[in-house]
Design a protein around this ligand. Sequence first.
Ligand code: PHE
Length: 355
Amino acid sequence: MIDELNQLLESAKGELSQALDEAAVEAARIKFLGKKGSLSGVLRGMGKLAAEERPKVGEIANQVKAAIEALLDGAKQAANDRKLLSDLNREKPDVTLPATPRRRGHRHPVSQAMDDIAEIFARLGFKVASGPEIEWDLYNFEMLAIPPDHPARDMQDTFYIDDKTAPLPPPGSPPTVGKQTLLLRTHTSPVQARTMLSQPPPIRIIAPGKVYRCDSDATHTPMFHQVECLHVEEGLSMAHLRGTLDAFMKAFFGPDTKTRLRPSYFPFTEPSAEVDVSHFLCGGKGCRLCKGTGWLEVLGSGMVNPDVLRMAGFDPEKVTGYAFGVGIDRLAMLRHGIDDLRALFENDVRFLGQL
Ligand code: PHE
C-alpha cells in the first residue's frame, strides 16, 4: 500500500507538470484528492491492513496528501502567472485614451498676493525687508510715536510674551520710555523703525509678514498678513505717496482701478490718509460688496511723522518719507470675491483649490 501511495505522488507530479491552466489544475485536484479520487481509492484498502501497520501507512498517506496539495498550489500559481503574462502580451496600450488627470497644487492665495506685491514693488525700486514677529514694545509702539498710555494702543491689543529670560533689546537701541516687553507685533510698521536705524536714506523697502491682534470674527483673525511700505528720501511729498499707491493698485487690481485718499489718523504719520480703491467687480457703480459706494477701503498711509524720523536719527528738515500698511488677506479676499476671512486659514483644499 505504501508503494501505491508513492506511485500516486509520482503520477500527481507528472500530471501537474502538464497542467498549464487553472482548469487542468482543478481537474487534477479532483482526480487525486477528490472524494472519489485516487487517494481515497487507495485508503479504502486500509481496512484490510493489520492493526499495527495502520498508523505507519496513515502517516505516509498524510504526507503524500500534503505533498500533492503543495504541488497543486504551486501549479495553480504558475497557471495564474502564465495567464497574466499572456493577457498583458495580448493587450496593446491604447495611446488615444485620455491621460489620468493629475491634481496640481498651487500657492496659497495669500502667498500669491504677497509675491505679486513684492514683484510690483521690485519694479518700482523697492527692496524686501523683514523683522521678527515677536517684537519689542520699543519698535512696535514707542519708535512709532505711540508711548505707553497712548490711546492708539487700544486699537492694537495683542498677545504679550511673559518670558523673564528673554534678551533685552539689542545694544545700541535708543533709550526707551516704558518698560520693555515682548509682544506679537500688531503691524509690520516696526520694520520701518528697524530699517531706519540700520541704514541711511534713501530707503525704499516693503516688508511683508504676519501680524497679530486680539480680534476674531468674519473680517478679523488673530493672525493676519500685512505689507509695509516705507520710502525715505530728500524731497518726497504726498504726491509721491499718491503716485506709488496708484501704480500699485493699478498693477494689482487692473489698469482701470482708481484710488482716493480720505483724511485719517495714525500716530506715526502726519498727515495720515485712509486709501480706498474703486470696486473693480462692479466697476465703481456700487454693489452689495462695496455697500453701494463703489469704493473699498484697503489701507492706511501717510507722510512719516517728523518725530519718527528724528527718533531714527534722521533730520526731518533734510529728508521726508511716506509709508503705508496694507492688509494682504483683504486684498486676496477682494481679488477672489471671498466674503469670510477665516476661510483663508481653515486650509480646506476643496475651498483653496477653487482660487
Ligand atoms: N500700521 C498701520 C496699521 O496697521 C497702517 C499704517 C502703516 C498706517 C504705515 C500708516 C503708515 O493700522
